[in-house]
Design a protein around this ligand. Sequence first.
Ligand SMILES: Cc1cc2nc3c(=O)[nH]c(=O)nc-3n(C[C@H](O)[C@H](O)[C@H](O)COP(=O)(O)OP(=O)(O)OC[C@H]3O[C@@H](n4cnc5c(N)ncnc54)[C@H](O)[C@@H]3O)c2cc1C
Length: 380
Amino acid sequence: MDFRPTDEQTLLRRTVREFAETEIRPHVRDWDHDQHFPDDLIPKLAALGLLGIQFPEQYGGAAMSAIDYCICIEELARVDPGVALSVAAHNGLCASHIFLFGHEEQKQRFLVPLARGEKLGAWGLTESSSGSDAAGMRTTAVRAGACWVINGSKAFITHGRDGDTMVVMAVTDRAAGTRGISAFIVEQGTPGMSPGRKEDKLGMRASDTSEVIFENCRVPADQLLGDEGQGFVETMQVLDAGRIGIAALAVGLAQGAYEAALGYARERKAFGKTIASFQAIQWKLADAATKIEAARLLTYRAAYLKERGARTTLQSSMAKLYASEIAVKVADDCVQIHGGYGFVKDYPAEKYFRDVKLTTIGEGTSEIQRLVIARQLLSR
Ligand SMILES: Cc1cc2nc3c(=O)[nH]c(=O)nc-3n(C[C@H](O)[C@H](O)[C@H](O)COP(=O)(O)OP(=O)(O)OC[C@H]3O[C@@H](n4cnc5c(N)ncnc54)[C@H](O)[C@@H]3O)c2cc1C
């Protein structure tokens, strides 16, 4: 076991950190305030390989490892968790689903432009009445000659408005339950597909989250992704990997909040001393740093196992659950250490506090992670 990063990983972290500090940090407040999705950042992210992080070069990707992926997401989230969420959803959900289950022609046609960053990906599982209970979806796809006709709607979709290529799950055989759901690749602009309401969010406001509506949307049969009826089962595998990305996002967010708190504690004076000299503040900092390290180790372990081809349902859920819950605590303490200044927008603390809540909800809530973990433990 070697816990040291390689020279390449150290360089990667430095490169993404510099990029985030230069290209993202100056705009964080405006993007958050305006709920602006920064389209002009896409080519810059693409130039660094951040829109095809783990995909092989033959599919336009940067061929990095699962741990490299975590490093990239962490460093983006340290500065703007909303941008990190967009990058994670594009890579870890949409593009990853096509990479894992698409056939060669689909990978060439749809994955290559996604991995090169020429197109932005979205992934539609959730609906207004089914999130945790995703198999309860109402959207249907019915075969009609050389097409599938999709009807229904998806809710809370990252890049539902700004995305170009969407993977959509729909019921193709209601009687077959979870074995009657299939995945489809649908391109923005396909007649019958339209963006619905854009959500006005608590946090992660630089990331587009919208409804997507399907009304007799005809999708060519060769855009069925994976095996018919296997879409839900395959989705669970996509989420095993996706959750490692959300864990990394939570680690990076917590790191950013911790650094903000540490810097503030060294500067702020009360009772004639810096507040960092008070034991009550030191304990918060010590707890935060320790929890972040533990969350990072869990996340990297899940990534390491994924890299070696293992099924990581248990490890991914543990990493996602722990990292997101400690990130909520770290962001809370970051506000507390800032006192009144933690409550206003002149300092980054309040934004981390708003953004962090998504990490215990997206890609499966904390309650669902505990269910997944318990099921894995009890099935042994
Ligand atoms: C910013 C953002 C981006 C998102 N991006 C995407 C995306 O790109 N694609 C996509 O498909 N979805 C996306 N989602 C949706 C997200 O995955 C769901 O919101 C999440 O899975 C929870 O579903 P829900 O909102 O329907 O909550 P519900 O499932 O209604 O849950 C409500 C509460 O009940 C609890 N609960 C539900 N079932 C159980 C149970 N069996 N046991 C114990 N507790 C339970 C939950 O944990 C939660 O606390 C996004 C959401 C947000 C907010």
